[in-house]
Design a protein. Sequence first.
Length: 540
Amino acid sequence: MRAVKEVAQQEHGHKRTGTGLETLGLKPAANVYWNLNTPELYEEIARRGEGIFSPHGALLVDTGEHTGRAAKDKAIVREPSSENNVFWGEVNKEFSQEKFNAVRERMMQHASGRDLFVQDTYAGADPRYRLPVRIITELAWHSLFARTMFITDDTAADFKPEFTVINIPSFKADPATDGTRSETFILMDFSQRLVLIGGTSYAGETKKSVFTILNYLLPQRGVMSMHCSANVGDHEDVAIFFGLSGTGKTTLSADPERQLIGDDEHGWSDDGVFNFEGGCYAKVIKLSPEAEPDIYRTTRMFGTVMENVVYHPETRVPDLDDASKTENTRAAYPLTSIPNIMPTGYAGHPKNIIMLTADAFGVLPPVARLTPEQAMYHFLSGYTAKVAGTEKGVTEPQATFSTCFGAPFMVLHPGVYADLLGKKIAEHKAVCWLVNTGWSGGPYGEGQRMKIKHTRAMIRAILNGSLAAIETRPDPIFGVGVPVSCPDVPSEVLTPRNTWKDRDAYDTKARDLARRFNDNFKKYEAGVSEQVRAVAPKSE
């Protein structure tokens, strides 16, 4: 084990003086475990009782009370160097630097005398835009998560972090003293290049904090930061898939006939698309070995971290169909666990841009071609729908709009990201599509979920170019171009109104969704062109 104290140490063949943590205000730790690899971290996790291991070698952990992100507990320090760039509001809540420093001091005192784990990682596969990030955690399994999800280079001779994330779940804030909303906090200070996370063991907070940092930095360098998956075909034809959780980003981009660039976070520079991460973080609830064989195999591999998955108490075999802990069961695994990946993590410019939605109202077409203006409209809208039963009090489908398909992580004004996307679509002549992976024949509870084989056939036709050659007809309410046919898809499926028994009920529901789109879009109207405003759906 590379357990070190605040003394000279040998690390990856080069010498360091101290651990470098004292500059952060961290008091002396019991031991600092620096850049442990996966087997070493497994040993530490077992020794500390932080998780158990499945018969296939996957790590099974429980995140406790928090089984998802604590979005309402995230805040950004308002300080002179960044305050004019941040889009302040409900998502980007402001926090004073004075209180941030006070939380930091109490947090560092709390960490004194505890073991700590450090991973020196990078975010960004393209070396020209790579961000060195140091991840400091009190849990060994969080260190494994960081090593899995970010990019590591154990041969780097002189790592200098540009940002640091300190994640101490056992430290809980005092809202009355600290000014936080609750005991949980995710606080970000761009001037000190520091993120503090406490009061939650959900590892996704670290991942999304780094994504938020990149969403702040990269657009200011002319790089489009995107919440999307991406893959590339044999002819260097890149495709990107925008979509919120549950719409199919990870599933549809894991294509055995194409190389996976990444499943969640990417940048689009003047040179092409590059992955931000070195791993995947897939939802595994009801994961099927038939429908998603590559992802399913990762749940039976050494090195995969599985969060909140129910398992048999004696055999320790995971039950991926059991959602009694949470619907948000997750597996974090290295990209190398997938058989067909782009080794460099970057490729050229997208030929196709696919915007995924899971429309639980059952009124959007399963596939449609978008004009550049429609693509901008749907990108700013970021629509999907929650279904009944997923949250307390949700008894019917609820429209969810998350601008740029990732509002919680977008620090700048949405128009900055939309303008960048529009310019890149125009420059590289990317073809844009809307794909509905949600319901057909009626809303949730009446209709049926779109068959995965039909969705895959539509994606295949998009990517091989055959769908672009087929005639389209404008949807009478949403205006998007609906193909009259698609290989391997029944023609009646393509027009959603035809799949409903009650056509009048469809019209009512479609206009209702159109009104929701229009009401939501009012917040962006002042910052977009007349051409984009003109493609809004017809609600009357």
